[in-house]
Design a protein around this ligand. Sequence first.
Ligand SMILES: Nc1ncnc2c1ncn2[C@@H]1O[C@H](COP(=O)(O)OS(=O)(=O)O)[C@@H](OP(=O)(O)O)[C@H]1O
Length: 382
Amino acid sequence: MGCSGGRVRFNFGKALSKVSVFFTMVLIFTYFFYCLTGFCDSAPRALHSQHALDKDYVILDDHRRILDDMRPSPRLFPDAHSHQNSTASADAEQVGAQDQLPHHTSDSAKESTQNNGIPVSNTFGSKRFPQAIIIGVKKGGTRALLEFLRIHPDVRAVGAEPHFFDRFYDKGLEWYRNLMPRTLEGQITMEKTPSYFVTKEAPRRVCTMNCQTKLIVVVRDPVTRAVSDYTQTLSKNPGLPSFQNLALKNSSTDLIDTTWSAVRIGLYAKHLENWLKHFPLSHFLFVSGERLVSDPAGEMGRVQDFLGLKRVVSDKHFYFNQTKGFPCLKKPEGSSRPRCLGKSKGRPHPQISSEVLQRLRDFYRPFNHRFYQMSGQDFGWD
Ligand SMILES: Nc1ncnc2c1ncn2[C@@H]1O[C@H](COP(=O)(O)OS(=O)(=O)O)[C@@H](OP(=O)(O)O)[C@H]1O
């Protein structure tokens, strides 16, 4: 009896150690599986505190990429917002039925349909530094360009503006790389941050990452650009002084105040000069902001050629939305929704006196001509 009881105790102990080995193995396998599917990556987190610094800066979460710019505005897509803002229906008749966006219950649902409606898993491929960056210019049409490019199956892009080479450079290159979406072999990683173009240190920093980076600059008539910039600031700060007061040093002398950023950003030749110290001209593509509106397919053809991509994005992807006054994306195959940029794009501009606009036009003329020479393109702004 005693002997058999001892044997039972002995077997129980052995079984116990086998079970613990088994569970340890299960834990190890689970961990490896978890890592293999990409969840071990230390994705950057401290982004919410950055929002307080700049309300323009939207969260760096690719799943939420549509929220800011491609989110249908209540004006254009009243149905999509009815649960948030019942007054939005007031403008409902302004748009045709094709503009209505069906509800998506979650941001990941948006992500799952972002690539021509084909579900995209974000756990394959690897995070690479961008091979191409839209570096400017603010209010040039950079969001439209990025969203048009995202239709391309070989382009993956960060939705929000990372601001790495201007604001967050001290976070380090690994932080930056971690912001990037995963790409498969043959796909291009992209981001857009329009303020890079006017940031003194940005060219050297981008070159430190990779001197082969392709650089895209969307340029727009600097006068209209300045008004667009002012309109955006005014929408956030209704007490802003008039455009005229900000643009002119002193209304009587008619001197342009080049310290005002809305004016300074438009000195394209000056900013390009800084970039050309680090990159040859062949690394740049200058996209006309005006043609991006009047002929989006034509301009997208040039962009795809420059990026070495097959011309996939073409005129069959666009339609002109009369209400919005801009080209929008047609219902991509397999997806149920046409897409226009949100209400922060294409805002009506305030009326500015023609004398002030003319004064600005005269001021920019020599800079524009210099820019045409440097870029080898005449944008026809004057
Ligand atoms: N398809 C389409 N839909 C809407 N808007 C379009 C489009 N294409 C170009 N644009 C022009 O883009 C201007 C905003 O430029 P950005 O996207 O570069 O602005 S930002 O710097 O990111 O804030 C925006 O400027 P505003 O009209 O002054 O709002 C538009 O004129």
